[in-house]
Design a protein around this ligand. Sequence first.
Ligand SMILES: O=P(O)(O)O[C@H]1O[C@H](CO)[C@@H](O)[C@H]1O
Ligand SMILES: Nc1nc2[nH]cnc2c(=O)[nH]1
Length: 325
Amino acid sequence: MAPINANDINDAKAFVPAKKALPEVDTEGSNGNGITSKGYSYETLLEIANFLLSRVSDKPHIGIICGSGMGSLAETISDAVKISYEDIPNFPVSTVEGHHGQLVFGKICGVPVVAMQGRFHYFEGYPLWKCCLPVRVMKLIGIKTLIVTNAAGGLNPNYKVGDIMIVKDHINMMGFSGNNPLHGPNDERFGPRFPPMSKAYNLEYRKIAKEIAKELNIDDIVREGVYTCLGGPNFETVAELNMLKMVGVDSVGMSTVHEVITARHCDLKVFALSLITNECVTSYDIIGEANHEEVLDVGRMRQDVLRQFVSRLVDRITQLDANNP
Ligand SMILES: O=P(O)(O)O[C@H]1O[C@H](CO)[C@@H](O)[C@H]1O
Ligand SMILES: Nc1nc2[nH]cnc2c(=O)[nH]1
């Protein structure tokens, strides 16, 4: 028989290399640069923070992480200063379609903010601490509040594609096996060894978000529920989704949970939302399947409403926090 070659496999589809090469992850220990398999030292993160602060005129108060296909949230930022991840020393790079790969500094409703137009996921090959490194950097440059957005599958049968789910809680599935962004030595300058997570998603912010939904006349598409993150990159099986449904999960994604854990560890206040980009396939009779193109399309479809929603949130959170310092 003739030997097979690479082109015979997978319908001879051409190999498409990743958009950008991943930097090597040091798994052996410190490389002499403050970077170890368990994270960057406080000093290394401080260097990154100071590099960023040297490029901007205002310290941001609020950080925003834009989910898949939701990068246009950063387009509401005025006086924008954009810094590509590739130009930031020791910063990871975005490798996923729909994640631009830059920080955008500027103002929303007059409030200094920084937005991550592109996040890092575990499935890209980054350990969880590295996925969350920007959260610590944002803390060091002065943010007090983190707004996290994600694209997610809707598991709650009442949810429809295009709904916005305010996250009231999460289930850290990856954490059940010990994979946690805080794994490893704890630096008390960030936070305690054993941080609580029972009030991870700020109750006042959630109330404000529901008021904003009414003001914008979108309360019929705004929900509140429980998010979970799986490692990805594959979407879930029917059996997996039915198990998650049984334990009370409303939306499923591949991000956010570890970012929120890292944020709460260093005492940031958190608001998070899921844009429901697809209905989870919980029966073998359903014909459709989840796909990333649909996820990005729904992000585009909802970009105007999300921009208004997040802008108002920034404004109202700032007023709330000014009255309760
Ligand atoms: O969580 P974000 O980055 O919004 O993206 C979600 O959408 C992608 C799958 O389409 C995955 O990366 C998943 O995590
Ligand atoms: N894990 C997961 N992530 C998503 N991101 C967008 N949709 C989905 C989904 O259905 N499952």
